[in-house]
Design a protein around this ligand. Structure first.
Ligand SMILES: Nc1ncnc2c1ncn2[C@@H]1O[C@H](COP(=O)(O)OP(=O)(O)OP(=O)(O)O)[C@@H](O)[C@H]1O
Length: 329
């Protein structure tokens, strides 16, 4: 039986990149269409060795297509992809890439331990099974059949399979879908430890907080292209302005009319007005101007001003071009 709580094996840190080094992932002018749909449209991005990078984008932005190209699973119409300077298929064959895909089918009718043993046999230098099981926290499910695993447990098995080749690059497509909060936390802790020795991690996600918390750098895709990249703070700062939250007295408390969205939208520099519970949120491109006018209104109280959230930036950056507001190029 496996010791399922192993001390992770110490291994030397991987080399820190020097000048002129080879990128972990270099995607250059990549395009791929399906009929009339341009899934990826001139995509260029570079992921450095040792980086933890998140790819964010709305549905259909091209994240999975880019992942498939990085794994050598599709033939691009134009452009190129290199993984550690190699053709993606050569990098995968050399065991340098571990992938966890959304659709990754698991061998049916087999126990978790059998799947792991079978797959370990396909790699030249697999990580010890005990370490993989410990890192993916699969100890309690080793004899469970794959078709009996919950969504979150199946994701952990996919993660274990991605770790097996002891890869230099982990490519994760929405890895925490189906995981509960505790499992998700444990997953990222394990992934960070795994990456700490200089491995590269590239993950696609819809969870903005996750990208912000875990990634060194976020790449935002929309329409098959990069529309922004940087740290969470850098991306937030791309959206000009602030959110002003406020409460308003209702008409019965004052001899006055009710403050409504039209009044608020008329204030200087207000780009958007949103009702959130009992409060109003104003997105302002110049909060000083908005506040000067807003505070003259005696119906307004409990005013808070905050920097734009990553979510605001994401929505502004990925909105179709004719509806974009507030994002600076
Ligand atoms: N095999 C395919 N055949 C036809 N169309 C495809 C195929 N794969 C992707 N597409 C289309 O290409 C576009 C990009 O899809 P892709 O799956 O790469 O986006 P995504 O960012 O991963 O989306 P999601 O967040 O929904 O997973 C979409 O419009 C999708 O419908």
């Amino acid at each position: 039986m496996l010791d399922t709580h192993p001390t992770p094996l110490a291994r030397p840190a991987r080399a820190t990149p020097g000048p002129g080094h080879v990128a972990a992932v270099q995607v250059t002018n990549l395009s791929k269409s399906y009929g009339a749909v341009r899934a990826v449209d001139g995509l260029t991005m570079r992921i450095e060795p040792g980086e933890i990078a998140a790819v964010l984008g709305p549905n259909g932005a091209g994240k999975s297509t880019a992942n498939e190209a990085i794994l050598g699973l599709l033939q691009p119409d134009a452009g190129s992809v290199e993984v550690f300077g190699l053709d993606p298929r050569a990098a995968v064959r050399a065991g340098r890439v571990g992938a966890m895909l959304q659709s990754g089918a698991l061998l049916a009718d087999a126990r978790v331990i059998d799947v792991l043993r079978l797959m370990a046999g396909l790699h030249a230098n697999p990580l010890p099974l005990a370490e993989v099981v410990g890192r993916a926290d699969l100890g309690a499910f080793l004899t469970t059949r794959t078709d009996r695993l919950s969504g979150g447990q199946a994701q952990r098995l996919r993660y274990a399979l991605a770790l097996l080749p002891d890869p230099d690059l982990l490519l994760l497509d929405e890895p925490t879908v189906g995981m509960d909060v505790e499992t998700r936390r444990g997953f990222w802790r394990s992934m960070r430890e795994f990456a700490a020795a200089g491995r590269t991690v590239l993950f696609a996600t819809h969870y903005l907080e996750e990208a912000d918390d875990v990634a060194d750098r976020i790449v935002v895709l929309a329409g098959g292209r990069v529309v922004a990249e940087g740290t969470g703070d850098e991306i937030r700062s791309r959206v000009a302005g602030r959110t002003i939250a406020l409460a308003a007295l209702d008409a019965t408390e004052l001899d006055a009319t009710v403050l409504d969205a039209t009044d608020l939208a008329r204030l200087p520099a207000v780009a958007a007005v949103e009702r959130v519970g009992s409060r109003w949120h104003l997105h302002s491109t110049d909060s000083d101007r908005t506040l000067r006018e807003l505070l003259r209104d005696e119906r307004v109280y409990d005013v808070e001003v905050t920097a734009a959230r990553l979510e605001d930036a994401f929505l502004a950056l990925t909105a179709p071009p004719d509806t974009q507001q507030g994002a600076t190029p």
